[in-house]
Design a protein around this ligand. Structure first.
Ligand SMILES: *Cc1c(COP(=O)(O)O)cnc(C)c1O
Length: 388
């Protein structure tokens, strides 16, 4: 017999399950790939999987998957074109935010009293990291498309040419899905005379660092690649990869990690990560996705999503809606609709604009339904505008 208390708990859980199932079907606003099958990894829910300590060292705790974590990192290093994987280090962490924070920390420990430069379109976790780490942060302008403005960057770098510089670039900005031109930005650092030992370049690729490597004909400057001479790059696991929990991957040049590493005998490991205990279920979830989809799966997803995003934008434009869709981007930006539609489709908004992100689970029927609802409202409003 279940006690009343247990019945209440079950009822609450069942209600949640129903709510989540309903809401998942109409989700458009956040870059989450909800198209994953949790079955292969659900058998592990009975274990406490903890990748304690450094991913390359492991710990005394045996229920861990550090070997799979290293496979995840190796796979990602290949996708991000690390010339010699031995010279890089990587980890699976709690989120894209943790990756950003840890990268900026490693940068601060590498450089002498650096400043952080990021664009006005950078994710809020970057100024937050600067605040936590007590680094002076400078915001530099972006152009209309949302990428960092080379002129504005040049000016800020020049004005700070006697300082060490951490430059945080974005591959797929949060609101506009824009790509900073990594190659041009590094060229600006070179031109001003900020040489590699006085700079640290981090690429925040939360969404599109798992999209752009898989498309054809990409403009080479925006490719999320270590070949440009970047120091670190991060992505989120629950965005393009598709995991049932928030998580992320960070890859950094190994030299930068060596500097902060200290041995902890209690763990039988090195202390090289922000978190001591680390979520092994997230590692399993990412590993399962990468191995199952493979490069071919990611290529298919990237191509299909970009195509659907282009169709989405074209459908809105055909009735006169002004739309921004950056090349190779999945983020469709348009004027903010009514609160009703914002809530119904869980749209992310910024001022007068809103965006929808075409992830693998956002299929033609959902896009069609949204476009119908949106354009009905749009026509109605433009009539009001004409007749009032
Ligand atoms: C989502 C996002 C982040 C944060 O990632 P989380 O995994 O949600 O912490 C950072 N940067 C950009 C550009 C993002 O879109």
């Amino acid at each position: 017999m279940l006690s009343n208390k247990q019945k209440d708990v079950d009822a609450t859980l069942n209600k949640l399950d129903k709510k989540f199932s309903d809401r998942r079907e109409k989700h458009l606003g956040y870059p989450y790939n909800l198209d994953f099958d949790p079955t292969p990894i659900s058998q592990f829910h009975k274990f406490l999987i903890n990748n304690l300590g450094d991913p390359y060292v492991g710990s005394h705790y045996a229920t861990e998957v550090c070997d799979l974590e290293r496979e995840v990192v190796d796979w990602t290093m290949r996708v991000w074109e690390c010339a010699d994987p031995e010279e890089y280090w990587g980890t699976v962490g709690a989120s894209g935010t943790e990756g950003n924070l840890w990268a900026i920390y490693l940068a601060r420990e590498t450089l002498n009293n650096p400043i952080l430069i990021h664009s006005s379109e950078a994710h809020y976790s970057l100024p937050k990291a600067a605040k936590i780490l007590r680094i002076e942060a400078l915001r530099c302008g972006a152009d209309h498309s949302g990428s960092i403005s080379p002129d504005a960057l040049s000016e800020v770098v020049h004005a700070n040419r006697h300082r060490a510089i951490i430059l945080a670039l974005t591959c797929g900005t949060t609101m506009k899905g824009a790509h900073d031109d990594i190659a041009s930005c590094i060229r600006i650092l070179d031109q001003v005379g900020i040489d590699p030992n006085r700079r640290f370049v981090h690429v925040d690729g939360a969404l599109n660092a798992m999209v752009l490597p898989f498309v054809d004909g990409l403009q080479s400057g925006i490719r999320p690649s270590f070949r440009h001479g970047v120091d670190s790059m991060s992505t989120s696991g629950h965005k393009m990869i598709g995991t049932p929990m928030p998580c992320g991957i960070l890859v950094v040049r190994r030299d930068h990690v060596r500097r902060v590493s200290s041995a902890v005998s209690y763990l039988r490991s090195d202390d090289t990560t922000l978190m001591g205990s680390r979520n092994g279920h997230a590692v399993l979830a990412i590993w399962n996705r990468l191995m199952r989809l493979g490069i071919a799966g990611f290529r298919n997803n990237a191509r299909a999503c970009i195509e659907r995003a282009e169709g989405f934008a074209a459908a809105l434009r055909s009735v006169g809606v002004p739309v921004l869709l950056n090349p190779w981007s999945l983020t469709v930006v348009f004027p903010k609709p009514s609160e009703r539609l914002v809530n119904e489709y869980q749209l992310a908004c910024n001022g007068d604009s809103a965006h929808a992100i075409v992830m693998p689970n956002v299929k033609a029927d959902l896009i069609e339904r949204f476009v119908d609802d949106y354009t009905a409202e749009w026509r109605c409003n433009s009539q009001k505008r004409v007749f009032s």
